[in-house]
Ligand binder design. Structure first.
Ligand code: NDP
Length: 450
């Protein structure tokens, strides 16, 4: 596959030190091989070189005042990656690990995810290296306002519509929306994940977690199985993890773990969802609180994790839902999951499994749903929020949830059928990458060299 190496060599020169971005590019390009064998039109139009280069990368200073009156400075970013099939759409991440390479990996994945959703949305991503942990409510508000003071010039409801991601939930979207409105005078659907009182969509909060469980259910159904009665492991304890746990419980499965960046909980009786929501959505506290209430649940702090391992994946389960962050499940973790009888992995997070872990899942022939397919429920419901804003309507929870279910079934069918078309049945990595790429690449060809 010389085109993969050539592309990576070229990116190493033009975009140095962006390992997560190279990882995402390599995974997508490697699985496009059968497509490139079937036609030379993508090579002729130099689509590879065009698609790995963002249309626009905006990097800006975000100065703000902390509670002591000191000036703090962070870096803000918005990567407008690809608009071939619709306005840029993708979340904002506030986390100290954020840098250009991480946002380019997320933006690149977003192109194919949004394409797979079947909806008219292009790919983008943004955020800042701001760390919301330990900040007061006023500091969070001042930071969000300072971030929007620059971002507002680059977005609107037909150009680029950001949403939440790690560290950006309803509260942060609220502060950013308020400031956008003040600066522009426009009350428009420029952000998604908005509050229900001011343009948000019912079921958006739940959508990514629910969608990842719907994707797993579709994969298992194709094998004559279901999630009912299955013991499941979940990582993370944020937006995606909480609503993954909720939907698993509704479908009769038993999620037994959740984690945060300090450690993880194993509750063999099944996660107490009401307590988890209280700790994470109301108190914004750490998971140690969970073990204080449930004495029979085991809390393991990160300091006790074995080197280079995530012990969430050593808890025996039949289905696993990585829902925290990138590269949180390596090949050793994958082998442990397989050894313990795991038959299904559905990725709520973006690129949580390392490339060799993905290979192990595919080689074992289990039901493996890559993030760009399995977690596409969030962005899809964001698009439903845009549709409601544009038509000045609001749909019921059931209506949005039933559309989400249909969209996830459509994404699954697209991955499944494309994998069969290219003679690798059950390989949803290949199915997702080819189906997502083909639509965007064909649109780029039809729109000419722009
Ligand atoms: P949240 O900020 O709500 O939660 C993130 C969770 O993951 C927290 O429990 C956090 O712990 C944990 N976490 C984050 N970084 C690390 C790390 N480096 N090591 C260990 N734990 C970590 O984010 P979301 O739930 O929204 O996002 C989770 C994943 O899902 C991300 O990969 C995101 O890109 C992806 N995603 C989210 C969508 C959405 O709609 N929200 C849509 C599609 C994908 P702590 O609080 O201690 O930091």
């Amino acid at each position: 596959m010389p085109y993969v190496k050539e592309t990576l060599d070229s990116l190493a020169k033009t975009s140095p030190a962006q390992p997560e971005f190279y990882q995402a590019v390599e995974e997508v390009l490697a699985s496009l091989r059968p497509l490139f064998k079937s036609t030379d039109k993508y090579m002729k139009h130099n689509i590879i070189q065009r698609i790995v280069e963002p249309e626009r990368q905006i990097i800006f200073r975000v100065p703000w005042l902390d509670d002591k009156g000191n000036v703090q400075v962070n870096t803000g970013y918005r990567i407008q990656f690809n608009s071939a099939i619709g306005p840029y759409k993708g979340g904002l991440r506030f986390h100290p690990s954020v840098n250009l390479g991480i946002l380019k990996f997320l933006g690149f994945e977003q192109i194919f995810k949004n394409s797979l959703s079947g909806l008219p949305i292009g790919g983008g991503k943004g955020g800042s290296n701001f760390d919301p942990k330990g900040k007061s409510e006023n500091e969070i508000m001042r930071f969000c306002q300072a971030f929007m003071a620059e971002l507002y010039r680059h977005i609107d409801d037909h150009t680029d519509v950001p949403a939440g991601d790690i560290g950006v939930g309803g509260r942060e979207i609220g502060y950013m929306f308020g400031y956008y409105k003040k600066l522009t005078g426009l009350y428009e659907g420029v952000l998604t994940g908005k509050g229900l009182l001011w343009g948000g969509s019912l079921a958006r909060t739940q959508a990514t977690g629910y969608g990842s469980v719907y994707f797993a259910e579709n994969m298992l159904k194709a094998r004559g199985d279901s999630l009912e009665g299955k013991v499941c492991t979940v990582s993370g304890s944020g937006n995606v993890a909480i609503y993954t746990v909720e939907k698993l419980q509704q479908l009769g499965a038993k999620p037994v773990t959740v984690s945060d960046s300090s450690g993880f909980i194993h509750d063999p009786k099944g996660i107490d969802l009401a307590l988890l929501k209280q700790i994470k959505e109301v108190e914004r506290a750490r998971l140690t609180r969970y073990a204080e209430v449930h004495k029979d649940a085991v809390y393991t702090p990160v300091e006790k994790y074995p080197p280079n391992r995530n012990p969430v994946w050593s808890v025996p389960c039949q289905a696993a839902f990585p829902s925290a962050t990138q590269n949180e499940l390596n090949v050793e973790d994958a082998r442990e999951l397989l050894k313990n009888g795991c038959i299904c992995v559905s990725e709520g997070a973006n690129m949580p499994s390392t490339p060799d872990a993905v290979e192990a899942f595919i080689a074992a022939g289990i039901a493996y749903g890559p993030g760009k397919a399995a977690n596409a429920g969030g962005v899809s419901t964001s698009q439903l929020e845009m549709a409601q804003n544009a038509s000045m309507q609001s749909w019921s929870f059931e209506e949005v949830d039933s559309k989400l279910k249909k969209i996830m079934a459509g994404i699954f069918n697209s991955c499944h059928n494309t994998a069969e078309e290219f003679k690798q049945p059950g390989n949803y990595v290949l199915g997702a990458n080819i189906a997502g790429f083909r639509k965007v690449a064909d649109a780029m060809i039809e729109q000419g060299v722009v």
